[in-house]
Design a protein around this ligand. Structure first.
Ligand code: PFF
Length: 442
């Protein structure tokens, strides 16, 4: 029994924690600017196609590996097969540290911007001025590091409390809050004069934008957004009871993640169009263009603050699951107490994030021709995450297929009728598609 490791108290709690992991900066910050840069609706269609075939299949594979192994990713692979396959678990632990190190830096920016927007940013009006303010903020050697520290401290405080009292309870509170904020901001954005252009852009497919680069970006985004490939879903699955229906849970989590991404599109693109900004502005969309949009909007300071609180909440619930991978590893494999693991790993990841935070101007450190933040993001998103995804799909499709297939059958008295399709996707479709993304990403 895994009783001493902790366990989710309810299926709803698990779904909200897994959805909390999936819904993050990837949905609210990245998805709208990727859709903006890649032709709106075409990107959405390709993205949805990947999410509901490959994405959901790999998520189910991770849940099943986690519950069958009843351990962190390293322990689960060791238990189910051992040998070189254990390396996939280590890839997840290392990858989670790398992702969390730079994710927390951006998480810190969201807290900083919630504070700044609430306090008001006087004198700034157009996107250019906000661009200057953002560049000056991230180039500061101290402020962003302190906000990164604050973000990590909150993550550590929750994860140290455990699964049920920490992550489950926080997500039960924060996820509904996040949903309400998204709906309020959507309503505001969609009723702005001139919002229609943004809605049209988001819903009218421009098929000339259907390029290889766009398809690659869509699959990469599907993986990142669903928190796949890094063992987060394996770890959360390891705290699940035998009765929980895995396939149904994967469908719930995937659908919630997609719903929030689409709502984020409806929240951001109409506002950007209504005020005449460029939807393809890239990563600066949230921190530069949107504050300029809010500055022109009635009650903009209020809506702006709400937006950055939303981003911070979304980022935090994702950060819990990343730190949990490392904590579960240290607790299960190294015998650490949960508190020691959360504080120790959290502190180390904070330090790893410092050069990322400084790489926006305070410290000109270039490795392999990239800034430190860029390098961490690239290594995790373009290499580790797809590599983990391919290996997890192959593992479930070929190596432990009968064991894992049995894991999803007969729970709750229900059988899983799509198991044959799932297996084909794990065996052939997912590895080939992800390998293609991996190779084109290098
Ligand atoms: N899914 C999160 C997001 O969309 O922001 C990011 C993430 C969390 C990626 C956990 C990977 C992961 F293991």
């Amino acid at each position: 029994m895994a009783g001493s490791r902790g366990r989710f108290a309810s299926r709803l709690g698990f779904i909200l924690a897994a959805a909390g992991s999936a819904v993050g900066l990837g949905n609210v910050w990245k998805f709208p600017y990727l859709a903006g840069a890649h032709g709106g609706a075409v990107f959405l269609i390709v993205y949805l196609g990947f999410v509901f075939t490959i994405g959901i299949s790999v998520m189910l594979a991770e849940f099943a590996i986690g519950r069958a192994g009843e351990k962190n990713p390293v322990g689960a692979f060791k238990h189910l097969k051992g040998g070189a396959w254990t390396g996939v678990g280590y890839l997840g632990v290392v990858g989670s540290c790398v992702i969390l190190s730079f994710y927390s830096v951006v998480g810190g920016w969201t807290i900083a911007y919630a504070v700044k927007t609430a306090a008001g940013m006087p004198g700034l009006t157009d996107a250019k001025a906000f661009g200057g303010a953002f560049a000056a903020f991230v180039a500061d050697p101290l402020q962003p590091v302190l906000y990164h520290l604050a973000f990590m401290a909150m993550t550590i405080a929750i994860v140290a409390r455990g699964i049920e009292r920490g992550i489950e309870r926080a997500c039960r509170l924060l996820m509904p809050l996040l949903f309400v904020i998204v709906v309020v901001l959507c309503a505001r954005s969609l009723t702005l004069p001139g919002a229609m252009a943004g809605i049209k852009f988001f819903l009218n497919p421009d098929f000339s934008k259907l390029t290889g680069a766009m398809v690659t970006a869509a699959l990469g985004q599907a993986f990142f957004s669903l928190s796949l490939g890094m063992g987060s879903m394996i770890t959360l699955g390891s705290y699940l009871s035998r009765q929980t229906h895995l396939a149904g849970s994967a469908l719930w989590v995937t659908s919630l993640d997609t719903l929030i991404a689409i709502l984020a599109g409806f929240m951001i693109l109409p506002a950007v169009f209504a005020f005449g900004f460029d939807p393809g502005a890239g990563p600066g969309l949230s921190f530069i263009t949107l504050p300029a949009v809010f500055a022109k909007m009635p009650w903009g300071a209020g809506f702006g603050t709400l937006f950055f609180v939303l981003l911070a909440v979304a980022a935090l619930t994702s950060a819990f699951s990343l730190l949990e991978v490392v904590v579960a590893f240290l607790v299960d494999e190294k015998g650490w107490t949960r508190a020691k693991a959360a504080y120790g790993a959290g502190a180390a990841i904070f330090l790893l994030g410092v050069p990322s935070s400084l790489s926006f101007g305070a410290w000109e450190l270039k490795l392999f021709g990239k800034g430190f933040f860029e390098l961490m993001d690239y290594a995790a998103s373009n290499v580790m995450l797809p590599l983990g995804g391919v290996l997890i799909a192959l593992f479930v499709g070929w190596v432990v297929s009968p064991r894992i297939m049995a894991e999803t059958a007969g729970e709750d008295g229900r059988s899983f009728s799509l198991a044959p399709a799932w297996r084909v996707i794990c065996r052939y479709v997912a590895p080939l598609a992800i390998a293609w993304v991996l190779i084109s990403g290098l």
